[in-house]
Ligand binder design. Sequence first.
Ligand SMILES: [Mg+2]
Length: 102
Amino acid sequence: MRDEGLNIKMRQVREMADAKGFSSDPARIWEMLALIHTEVSEATDAYKKGQPLDKVGEELIDAVIRILHLLSALGLDAEELFEHKMEVNWSRPYKYGTVRGG
Ligand SMILES: [Mg+2]
């Protein structure tokens, strides 16, 4: 796995998770997925309550951190996955060909 792009952030997140005693056991995948949801919900709640956008952003970054932690726990190459998916998305038609897409 190349130490570049998202993989650098993923490594930083993993180092902190390890140092702070958080498990990276891939068997915890359901719990880790649920925790990603909670961060998105916290962002939704912060926005709904009219909190500053910085607070909404902080919760979204929490979600990114949890996603990177899970990708690390699963032994996946975040940078490669990101680059591949961006390539796939660029190859799709405008609004991905949907009629009601946002
Ligand atoms: Mg949070």
